[in-house]
Design a protein around this ligand. Structure first.
Ligand code: ASP
Length: 290
């Protein structure tokens, strides 16, 4: 099994060594699995529980003081699912899998996605806050949550315009030389308007897989969604690029077209992997050399 994971494209991380160890552990978890889909799930699950990444525990906080999680998963065998805007769900990737395997849908959102998680024994009501997220939230001094009236939503929107940002989503791509899979999971971006959903659970934006290639993206979700980063990376492989060249080419195209910051990891069917980003940093680890 060839597997590559990322811990988000963004600024230079605090505690890079500990993050690197978490990424390595995620690879070890994933590589033992017998299918690319279960490999990416296992790797992403591990990173969702690691508090130094913006996914599951340690996820970004939205403008109303709630951590909401999103994820998407896709395999070359046609499995495709996503789930988003879920408070209290640590393993968003498991809900995405439930959507893919147990429903006729591609994406389920919000409180109904949490109910779906509960119905299929995915943990809910988890405390996703860490000491670090509490501190960051306190320091930001965001106005009190909107009580459902339009005026205070507008106040929150005004407040988030200046504060909104941040990345550190997690993702994985895998292949066994025959099948491919990709998965991505996030808490979204810090101080986004409550209910905001980015690229991660959008097919072709945050994740994509076909019989030729699989890709997982990270970075500025609004720009990634407009550009369709993961789908374009997969298309570049289908057009003949190796994964490294494909990643490089689409990130350069993304930067030129959107002016945004992003990264992508890519695997092809022959087991080659590659990655590229135009942020300050993007942590990756894989089964391949380096
Ligand atoms: N792409 C994610 C989002 O916009 C953030 C990230 O990559 O860290 O929700």
């Amino acid at each position: 099994m060839e597997l590559l994971v990322h811990g988000g494209a963004g600024s230079e991380p605090e505690e890079p060594d500990r993050r690197w160890r978490d990424l390595r552990r995620a690879v070890r978890r994933g590589r033992k699995r017998d299918r690319p889909l279960t490999a990416v799930r296992a790797a992403v699950r591990h990173l969702e529980s690691a508090p130094r990444f913006n996914a599951g525990v340690g996820g970004a906080v939205q403008s109303d003081g709630t951590v909401r999680t999103d994820a998407g998963i896709m395999g070359s065998d046609g499995v495709c699912g996503a789930a988003c805007a879920m408070p209290g769900v640590e393993h968003a990737v498991e809900v995405a899998r439930v959507v893919a395997e147990e429903t006729p849908h591609v994406c389920v959102a919000g409180e109904r996605a949490v109910a779906l998680a509960g119905a299929f024994d995915v943990g809910t009501d988890r405390d996703l806050w860490t000491e670090r997220t509490r501190e960051r939230w306190r320091e930001a001094d965001v106005p009190a949550p909107a009580g459902g009236d339009g005026g205070s939503v507008r106040d929150q929107l005004a407040a988030v315009r200046d504060r909104f940002g941040g990345t550190d989503t997690v993702g994985a791509v895998a292949t066994d030389g025959d099948r491919l899979a990709a998965a991505t999971s996030t808490g979204g971006r810090w101080f986004a308007l409550a209910g905001r959903v980015g690229d991660v659970p959008q097919v072709g934006a945050g994740f994509y897989a076909t019989a030729q290639a699989a890709a997982s993206a990270t970075g500025e979700g609004e720009a990634i969604a407009r550009f369709g980063l993961a789908r374009r990376a997969v298309a570049a492989v289908a057009d003949g690029d190796d994964p490294g060249t494909a990643a490089d080419r689409v990130v350069r195209g993304f930067a030129a077209e959107t002016g945004g910051r992003a990264g992508v990891i890519v695997a092809d069917r022959s087991g080659r992997t590659g990655h590229a980003h135009n942020a300050e940093a993007m942590g990756t680890a894989g089964t391949g050399p380096g």
